[in-house]
Design a protein around this ligand. Structure first.
Ligand code: HEM
Length: 414
């Protein structure tokens, strides 16, 4: 029976929706795929075809920080406003033509980095982390491996000295706190500290930019300096460094942790993937589809339009439910099952269209190497208990992933 709209699980922060976001998305997708949520004051779009079309719809804008800034009455030198000012220039929250230029310059720097050539280095980092994890009698896979790996990779990619790696991790947390936690609440004090930390980050990146202007290296920051008039300004470079850290850290941490959680829940599947390295890629793609790090992306409506008979009006917000799209039975037969023979990469875990994840190749390499290595080196790996997801709309994240495994680690190299 079709539930009344009022009974639909349209508060994505309700405890049941946080615990099982896919069950909530399934009900919405089946009963009201373009649903107005009073709780979020936003349209929830949950079908695969609609989400894919939305990525290409010019009536939906990515420019979503500037409206928040302009609606605030805080002075422009207020620390929150200053940090939001930095974020408002990030390419992920801009529309063409500003986006086109930033994406072109960042894309060229990514290509120049030859991400595929980073595999050996990433394998060595993962091995180091797993060695330390086992030596410490580690129990939390997030703290031990999934969390430190991506921050280190980004720090190295930007050409920051190894000694500064830990600071990257702290700044990444602070960015997340400001980006997701703005608004002041019981954590106001942490928010203040985060802002001070971010000011330090801006100062650090400014110095790094100045250094690379004087002495370019073969790192990504040097590649982004550009040699023509259209190159990135110092402010833009600082913003780009912060964006890469923000976009590439927590997401990859969650990709690794969520994949391990999914694959170890079924010991037969876990052992099959462990014993056949060719299955690691499809297993990671299924994990990205089924338990992807980003559940929801937000767009602002800049033009009235119709969708499945609903009128979506200018000034409203649309939430694209990536987790709804990725389990849509119209697109994926047996949508809730892990199927290692599934047609590859038609999921939307990395978005689509002009903003499609620019770090997807790097993220896939990191996740595959981490997942493959953990399954191989920690036999019998399984999650202890039922870790809770954090109550956030956008990300599928757990603070920790307690695990157990059968005895000591195996080998250190493939
Ligand atoms: C598994 C890990 C990752 C996932 C699931 C992920 C997901 C996404 C998604 C869904 C978008 C589209 C956002 C939108 O349309 O509004 C995006 C954009 C972006 N991602 Fe990723 N990402 C991951 C890792 C990375 C990494 C490692 C980097 C870089 C080091 C990165 C850098 C970016 C950037 C810069 C953008 C903005 C692109 C643009 O606006 O043109 N991401 N990512």
């Amino acid at each position: 029976m079709t539930p009344e709209p009022s009974a639909l699980p349209d508060d994505l922060l309700a405890p049941d929706a946080v615990r099982d976001p896919d069950a909530a998305a399934a009900v919405l997708r089946a009963h009201d795929p373009v649903h107005w949520s009073a709780a979020h004051r936003a349209w929830l779009v949950s079908r695969y075809d609609d989400v894919v079309a939305a990525f290409r719809n010019p009536a939906l804008s990515s420019d979503r920080v500037r409206p928040v800034m302009s609606s605030s009455d805080a002075p422009s030198d207020d620390p929150t406003q200053r940090i939001l000012g930095l974020m408002s220039e990030w390419m992920v929250v801009t529309d063409p033509p500003a986006h086109t230029r930033l994406r072109r310059l960042a894309g060229a720097a990514f290509r120049q980095q030859q991400i595929a050539a980073m595999e050996d280095r990433i394998q060595a980092l993962v091995d180091e982390l797993v060695d330390a994890f086992v030596a410490d009698g580690g129990a939390d896979l997030v703290a031990g491996v999934a969390y430190p790996l991506p921050a280190t990779v980004i720090a190295e990619m930007l050409g920051a000295p190894a000694a500064d790696r830990d600071r990257f991790r702290a700044w990444s947390d602070e960015l997340a706190l400001v980006a997701f936690g703005a608004g002041g609440d019981a954590r106001a004090d942490r928010h203040e500290r985060a802002l001070r930390g971010l000011e330090e980050m801006v100062g650090y990146f400014r110095q790094l930019v100045a250094l690379r202007r004087r002495e370019p290296g073969d790192d990504m920051l040097s590649a982004m300096l550009g040699d023509d008039q259209d190159g990135l300004s110092d402010d833009e470079l600082v913003g780009m460094c912060a964006l890469l850290l923000f976009a590439g850290h927590e997401t990859t941490t969650n990709a690794i942790a969520n994949a391990i959680r999914l694959l170890t829940a079924d010991p037969a599947l876990r052992d099959r993937v462990r014993d056949d390295p060719a299955l690691v890629n499809p297993a990671v793609e299924e994990a990205l589809r089924l338990v992807g790090p980003i559940k929801v992306l937000v767009r602002w409506v800049v033009e009235d339009h119709e969708l499945r008979g609903r009128t979506i009006r200018r000034g409203e917000r649309v939430y694209l439910l990536l987790n709804g799209a990725n389990r849509d039975p119209e697109r994926f037969p047996r949508p809730d099952a892990v199927d290692l023979a599934r047609e590859r990469a038609t999921h939307v875990a990395f978005g689509r269209g002009i903003h499609a994840c620019i770090g997807a190749q790097l993220a896939r390499i990191e996740t595959r190497i981490a997942v493959g290595t953990l399954l191989r080196r920690l036999p019998g790996l399984r999650v202890a208990g039922e870790p809770a997801y954090l109550p956030t709309i956008a990300s599928r994240a757990q603070e920790s992933l307690p695990v157990v495994h059968d005895g000591s680690a195996v080998g250190s190299r493939p």
